[in-house]
Design a protein around this ligand. Sequence first.
Ligand code: ADP
Length: 485
Amino acid sequence: MLKLSDSALLRDRAYVDGAWIAAHSGDTFAVTNPADGSLIIRVPAMGAAETRAAIEAADRAWGPWKARTAKERSAVLKRWFDLIMAAQNDLAVLMTAEQGKPLAEAKGEVAYGAAFVEWFAEEAKRVYGDVIPEHLPGRRIVVTKEPVGVVAAITPWNFPIAMITRKCAPALAAGCPVVVKPAEDTPLSALALAELAERAGFPPGIFNVITAGDPKAVGGELTANAKVRKLSFTGSTEVGKLLMAQCAATVKKLSLELGGNAPFIVFDDADLDAAVVGAMASKFRNTGQTCVCANRLLVQDGVYDAFAAKLAEAVGALKVGPGLEGDVQQGPLINEEAVLKVERHIADSVAKGARVVTGGQRHSLGGTFFQPTILADVTTAMAPSREETFGPVAPLFRFKTEEEAVRMANDTEFGLAAYFYSRDVGRVWRVSRALEYGIVGINEGIISTEVAPFGGMKESGLGREGSKYGIEDFLEVKYLCMGGI
Ligand code: ADP
């Protein structure tokens, strides 16, 4: 049994219209700990009917919520932020139990997730419109911004709190109610957030969490229901495309944070030690399971061997184990499917001539633990070149010129995050502009913060989250044309 100082944060009901409810059918599904496969608790397996009820509750609650002043909404968000931070330890234990990440990373995510709530509590008060100089005498042109309406949020398991707050905080700040469907692997963090939202004083219907073991029926209702005006989704490109198609019939606004295939380029003139630190942080955070994790390490000929040796030393020192245990740096992968993908990428690379520098196998701890791995001599013919590995595998590609590096980096349908290390100021400007990515880390491996816009180009998605841009995605622009003046 999980030891929480506030046991009410572990919920086994979904949260709809201010009430904690079971599925109509009474069905539940298991939430398990990926470190040992043990059952944590069972939660409701909901479907279309419960989802419709949540949407209707949200729609009813919308009018009074948007009618509040921005300062009033901001005050509720600030209380939510304070409650999340006060519960940081419990939320981290809950997250590590259901998701597997090391406890220190889970604590970091709680703070990172809470930071979006704080940021958008502040931004709520800065939703400004415009007055435009009129084009005809006797007219006035005014632009206002209004909340889009009921928002559906479908979120992944890799950041069980931050992916929810990054969507819901700007929506709530703007005046929109939300219906959240968290990933089936990690509903407990979402339910704990709902408990804290209730305590913070969000009115019934403003923040709803629907749990489902099979997401199709819930996703079907969220995308088909005309009362939902916007869908914000983070997850795989495949599911994102499906949801986008499903939203077409009702022309919903969309924010999509989809897959990446992040290049991490190390030029000859890089500070190699700094590049290793950045590569470790970018590649191995969350055991390689983030959409901005370095997926392809492109290393220039002249420093290839030196970089590989330094990286191997750092990877060899990583401590693997259950996330709740002390100083562990690498937890288990989320499930067996994730391990199979990692194994497939390694096998495909090795079959085509890549070399395992370190790791390459399942870890002796068993279950879904995997050895942190480095592959050398990886080429564009191999699986990691095309697909996101989403695991602790660092594939090293070799390049000769800057032009070649940029070409390789952009040779993908994805465009979320890219990284490069160089100390040549001209190259820094040239490569920054040439990379077709929404986020570029220059001599930095960790780029996420609530104050900057997060999002991708190409098939990595639509819209931006966080920063002053993040609230715009939840606002409609209205133009008032006044005559007879
Ligand atoms: P991952 O590969 O990271 O698990 P998914 O795209 O499968 O990514 O999952 C991200 C989120 O999308 C999860 O909440 C999942 O339940 C949800 N999801 C998956 N398939 C569907 C679907 N057909 N309709 C609605 N939501 C879905």
